[in-house]
Design a protein around this ligand. Structure first.
Ligand code: M6R
Length: 359
């Protein structure tokens, strides 16, 4: 039940620190080991490319995960949209392994890919939030997300759980491959830092509510921008805002905006920038200024170590590979308050179903 919460979405946003701790309890014992199936690690070790296939928010989590697999495990990884992959498969690597990410484990587009690649004899791993879901039953290997039941149509805690569980697997594979960078990756610690950071952000939700009142109510369009890790984060932030508030929102690679889309910026168009990446922070700030010069109402969501006094939302510092875990919290809250302000049914946006079981 949603208890004292007006909507499941807000309850599920608030649950994310606890979800991080559950992932730690399930996979990362105090002795520093990682509790992941050894035959899965052997199969991954033999793979030359990881194909992460998913839809919607799960696809956005896959984009974040791909980078973690490459960095920690040295395994080339790429995320694909299930609805495209099912029918237009790229030329595959010699030894592909498929990771199907799905909160529900019932998404038809993802199942189509699973059936297809299994027919071709390739190993498949699924990560789902429901033990016994179709995708978890039909795969060779499965890992549980431990987010707990997600009721709101807009996915929140499953996204952060998917990032955390992919990081678990990347760490396990990196250690299996005796990579120094993976041995040094103290994920148990990093996820507890993430949980604490998430807690700070959900405790400060009033601040986000006030920003929403200033930025969103009369807008038909909005943008999220970011570079590096902040780009897939922008895509997810935009999906959240548009699906629950019906404000048309695009997520953009900050440097790409000026190659066309900046033409859409008008007086007071909200442009919200994620700035968590040291290398590109200054570039993103100047991209944001370019939009401001064209009238945009700009908002910054910035990691503490990069923050300046005029920034709007400060994110607690965490391992940069995991920055989406804290970065998404204010964006989820922005979406929630934007929908609430319009008196919409936050948990059941129009035209949407919780699990999409048609192709
Ligand atoms: O259950 P799945 O993770 O496979 O669902 C995938 C998408 O349908 C889902 O993430 C959808 O985009 C949500 N409405 C996003 O909030």
């Amino acid at each position: 039940s949603k208890g004292t919460y007006p909507y499941y979405m807000l309850k599920e946003i608030d649950e994310q620190p606890a979800v991080m701790r559950r992932v730690v309890d399930a996979y990362l014992p105090a002795d520093g080991s990682v509790a992941v199936n050894q035959s899965l690690l052997q199969a991954l070790d033999q793979a030359d490319k990881l194909y992460i296939v998913a839809a919607g928010t799960s696809y956005h989590a896959g984009l974040v995960g791909a980078r973690i697999f490459e960095e920690m495990a040295g395994l080339p990884a790429e995320a694909y949209l299930a609805s495209e992959f099912g029918y237009h498969m790229p030329l595959l690597a010699k030894h592909p392994l498929f990771l199907l990410l799905s909160q529900s484990g019932e998404t038809a587009d993802s199942r189509e890919v699973l059936v297809n690649v299994k027919k071709q004899g390739y190993p498949v791993l699924t990560m789902t939030n429901t033990a016994g879901s179709t995708l978890s039953r039909e795969a060779d290997y499965t890992m549980l997300l431990h987010a707990g039941p997600e009721i709101a149509v807009a996915s929140t805690k499953a996204y952060t759980a998917q990032i955390a569980v992919q990081a678990v697997l990347a760490k396990a594979l990196g250690v299996f491959r005796k990579r120094e960078v993976a041995k040094d990756f103290d994920l148990r610690h990093d996820l507890s830092i993430a949980a604490a950071g998430m807690q700070t952000l959900v405790d400060e939700k009033e601040q986000v509510k006030n920003l929403v009142a200033q930025y969103i109510p009369n807008q038909q369009h909005a943008f999220y921008i970011g570079r590096g890790e902040d780009y897939p984060l922008s895509l997810e932030a935009a999906l959240k805002l548009k699906e629950v508030s019906y404000v048309h929102t695009e997520g953009f690679a900050a440097g790409e905006l000026k190659h066309g889309t900046i033409a859409l910026i008008e007086e007071d168009t909200p442009v919200m920038a994620f700035i968590t990446d040291d290398v590109t922070a200054a570039h993103t700030r100047s991209n944001l200024q370019e939009t401001e010069a064209r009238g945009a109402h700009t908002m910054t969501i910035v990691s503490e170590h990069l923050a300046q006094p005029t920034d709007n939302i400060v994110l607690p510092d965490i391992n940069p590979l995991l920055s989406a875990l804290v970065g998404i919290i204010p964006a989820q809250l922005i979406a929630y308050y934007a929908a609430l302000g319009k008196k919409l049914d936050v948990d059941k946006p129009r035209n949407l179903a919780k699990s999409v079981t048609v192709e």
